[in-house]
Design a protein around this ligand. Structure first.
Ligand code: AMP
Length: 132
């Protein structure tokens, strides 16, 4: 069975898209730790990030870098932090989380409740800044 992220990539279920190329898809996390919390996912469904081959893993980080720069341009923050967990969804992904205080990087922190309109506005403004 396809992962929930494969279904998102294939547009079978909706997402707040940030960017996409031939190999990767970036979209807003639906339970964000901060406004602009984004997930970067390879289009090939691989469970564990360190099972990704070297070339694709390098390209994934470069793709994530471009998305992180766009997040930094639009979301006031000190840095965009990077988390890899993979406890919930068995499809490798990188969390990009804009933060001011390191506490905001804890996956155990309370999640924000955003409206559909807020998600749409955040996705629109970040996606406009992505230069692939
Ligand atoms: P983890 O696998 O532990 O890195 O966590 C998976 C992340 O995927 C969590 O932060 C979820 O909020 C997020 N997530 C799960 N389903 C969706 C979805 N349909 N759209 C956006 N984000 C999702």
């Amino acid at each position: 069975m396809s992962s929930i992220f494969t279904k998102i990539i294939n547009k079978e279920i909706p997402s707040y898209k940030i960017a996409e190329d031939n190999n990767f898809y970036a979209f807003l996390d639906i339970n964000p730790l901060a406004k602009g919390h984004t997930l970067v996912v390879p289009k090939t469904e691989i469970d564990y990030i360190f099972d990704i081959n070297d070339d694709l893993l390098s390209d994934m980080m470069i793709f994530a870098k471009k998305v992180a720069k766009a997040i930094k341009q639009e979301i006031p923050c000190n840095r965009v932090g990077v988390l890899v967990i993979g406890d919930e969804v068995p499809h490798a992904h990188i969390h990009l989380i804009p933060f001011n205080n390191v506490k905001e990087m804890s996956i155990l922190s309370p999640k924000l409740k955003l409206t559909t309109q807020e998600f749409k506005e955040i996705a629109e403004k970040i996606s406009k800044q992505v230069k692939l």
